[in-house]
Structures are given as structure tokens and as C-alpha cells.
Design a protein around this ligand. Sequence first.
Ligand code: FES
Length: 361
Amino acid sequence: MTDHDSGGEPYVTHDGPEQLATPPNQTDSRGEGSSGLAAPGGPGGVEERAPIAEEVDVRAERRAERLVALWFMISVFGTLGFIVTNFVGDKHKQYYTPAMGMSLALALGGVGFGVILWAKRLMPHIQAVQEREVFQSSDAEIAATEETVAAGVLDAGLAKRPLVRRTLLGAGLALGGVFVVPLLNLYNSKPGKTLDHTQWVKGARLVTDEGTFVKLGDLEIGGIATVFPAVPIPTATGTHYDPQLTINEKAQSATVLIRLPAGANKPRKGRENWVVDGHVAYSKICTHAGCPVSLYEQQTHHLLCPCHQSVFNVLDGCRAIFGPASRSLPQLPIAVDPDGYLYASQGDYDEPVGPAFWERS
Ligand code: FES
């Protein structure tokens, strides 16, 4: 038992609640019970709590101790699982992310639950009481503040200048538009709708950012290029291909063209003629959060998104095989015309581009 000393240290008693020190100038001089704040019971008006089982029963204490140790052991196994998964995960990619997540949850959760149980069941339980002043201004202070505000309004002269008063009111209301306009913009921009269709139309040629139409054979095996649509426009002298797109149209229509080795591609059913001599075309917009997918591993035929490391298997219809993306990259059916130029053979992608979570209704 520690006694309260004159230096303001708390006194601690295991026979009842702890009385925290109150600075000498804040001592509640009204005494317990006089303000109606104090309740009957121990020091500070706080009822003494009943002891918990672990404080009076040695076997309960042991049980709690073992429970805490169990959670810490769970944490150890979680950590080992995390390390092992990290090293063998490459061979079992489909289990890698869930296994890493679960083992990390056990590692962190085990420590967390163990510490909480330790604190709740095994650490000494001490009740503490601290007196506080009533947090309220006095009547005199309130009156003085009101007087100051009223004097300020009078000084400003708003009462005798109706023109200023009204225009100020108008300016304040108009200023509200600053907050309303961004909200309206948010409401009106529906990314799901704008990405439903891109600029790819039937017959559009594949053109590079530099304006070169892509011909069969331009790409080497294992090569990759970013291409955009050059929209066909019939003219008196033939067809003109217009590669002029706005920034937004370009961003929506960006496509990766990859040339795979002959026979490597495993087209899905019904897509056998979407490919020309190993050339495949997929949307460049990651189906996770919309970053440009741009890293191509020639050896594994994987496309990587640099933002959150989603991986797409190009040989298997650009199926998402790793990372947070859950949807394949949409495919653009392509063909080659008699002049050797690659073009969109059926129009747009087979499904909307971009993140899967956006509302598309
Ligand atoms: S945006 Fe591609 S993985 Fe997140």
C-alpha cells in the first residue's frame, strides 16, 4: 500500500479504488456528495468492483496463463507459416495470397489476443478516480462574451447598411456553389458507363502512339507494343484512317499487342479467330484499379501490373492468376487486311475495360 504524499503522487491501495492526485489548486472543496456527482461507495464515489476469478482462484489464474501462452504460440505458428509460404508460394500460386494473409493474421492476431487477455485477466486491476472541474463558463463570462459580440456587430455597421448586408448574404450563398459543383461532378461522372465502350470499332487499324499503322511482322516474337484505334472514315478516294483521339479516348482504348511464339496461345472457345499469327491484343487497363498493365515477361508469358502486382497469363486469355485483380483483361479480336495491316475485326473488346468493381448499370 502506498500513501498519498504532499507532492501530489497518487496513493495506491489494493483495498479500494486508487485516488489520483489533484493539483492543490483544483481540489474539489465541495466535498463528496455535496454536488450530487459523487455516488456512495469507495473513494471518489466509485463503487468498489468485485474481484475477478483470476484474483481469488489460483486455478483460474493458471488457466488464464495457459490461454495467453496458447495465443502466443498461435502467433509463432502464424509467423512460421508466413515465412514458409513466402518461400514455397511460387509453386502454388493459387494458394499463395490467401496463405500469406491467413498466416500473417494468425501471427499478428495471436500476439494481439494474447496481450489483451494478459491485461484483462492477469495484470493487477486497480480502480482510479480523478476529480475534474466542471467545464462550464461562469454567468459573468457568458455575459461578457455576448456583450463583445454585440459591440462587434454594431461596430461593423451591418444594421444601418442594408446594401452591404444583402450583398454579403448573396456572396455567402453563391460561395456554397464551390462545394456543390464538385459534388455534381462526382455524381455526373460514371466511370462504369464511360468505360462500357471504347473507340475501337470494326475495321479500326492498330496504330502506335507515334502514328504508325502496325503491320503483320512489325513485332518480333516475344515483342509487345501499345496500340490505339485509327478509326476508318470513308472518303471519295478510299478509306482514311484517323488516329486522332482525345486523351480520355486514348486512355480508354489503350491496348497491348503481343506476339507469341507459334502455337503457344491457348485460345478460349469461340476466340480461335481473334488472333493473327500469334498476335494477341488485350486491354491495357488493369481490371483491379485501372493502372496501365505494361510489364511483359517473355519467358513465362505473364503480363504484370506495376501498381499492385497483379499477374495475367497471356497464353490463357490474360486470366488474372495472381494479385488483387480478379477479372481477365478484355480481349480485342484482331485480323489482318490484304495490305498486311492489323485491324479490329469485330469492333470493341469482348467486355467493358477497367476495374471490375465499378458500377456498370
Ligand atoms: S491496378 Fe493493377 S494490380 Fe492494382
